[in-house]
Ligand binder design. Sequence first.
Ligand SMILES: [Zn+2]
Length: 364
Amino acid sequence: MGTLASLDNVFYPPGGIGYIMSDIADLVHNKIQGKKEIIINCSAQPNSHPHLGTVTTMMTSFAVGKYLGDYYSLPVKVIFDQLENSPAQKLTVDGVIYQKSLADIIQDGQSLADKNMEFFRYIFAELSKKTGVPHIIRSYEEYQKLPTVRRVLLQILQNHDRFARIVSPSDQKLHVRFPCPVCKFADKHARTIKIMDMTEDSISLVSRCFEHGEHKITIREDNQDFVDFNAALRDLIKGAFIIEEDQENETLSIMVDGGDWSGVWALRVHCEGLLELGYSQIATRVFAPVIVDWSGAKFSKSLYVRKGAYDYLPKGLIDFSAFLSMYGMEGFDKLWGEVQEWVKKPSKLFRNYSVDYFQLILDK
Ligand SMILES: [Zn+2]
């Protein structure tokens, strides 16, 4: 009898898609005809140094890109959407939650987002070197300016209640917000935000800062007033955006996200949202394995930030800077070797892995 946690004791039962697919290249076989390039799209909030789950998801993006590019003899690139608009600081005033983003907190002349991106940039450079797959880092600031993104956002805002029911089932409010120009705090749940003026191609919104009063933006396809929206809207708008881009450029874009965004989230927010927008297709998506703790819960960055949650684990697994000093590039290569195996077999890619499993691999 084997011991409970042992690398001799790892199983890959087929589950779901694994029953009907023996090679992940078959997933895009019906979509690749006439395409000139494969684009892998991934994103992350640089709200701390990347932890194990973030690193393996980034690795999965490159491994999927490399595998499909080789299989179909097409050029591939990875586009990483950096979410420097993610909240870094929160404040409640009169029952309204305000947030300040990673981009708007400056320490020693550098934003918190830029500071945390250091390790993300390092990992991307390493993965591009290993695979020959180039990457582009796109800031949220650049992304929200793109005419297609703004056009889809306008369509959603013009039909507020219909979309709010889909992407915000409990709150029924679209979380579109923008920071006060003076103090940079934004109304997280859009409690004070009102539509002032709406035409077919333009919407003006007003928000109220707890200290500096009302401030206003206008959203048009061709203007650049900064506008932020929450994860559900990002997920839906990204889907519409890449469908449009692919049609225009004859590319095949594949969204790669952590597996915690699959299942009911993807069906509800992404698929129902795209149907409501009038699309008759959905974006191609691949979900990376979720790294789970001993109880099966997602290994979570926000829990890691809450002191003590993972005190029982080696620090290298929760913070990439500690990972490098503990396991070195040899450890990085072990992880990369593991992820490369995943993309060769659907039964290895479409399942989750525990932190304990990685400890065994890294200690091997
Ligand atoms: Zn203010």
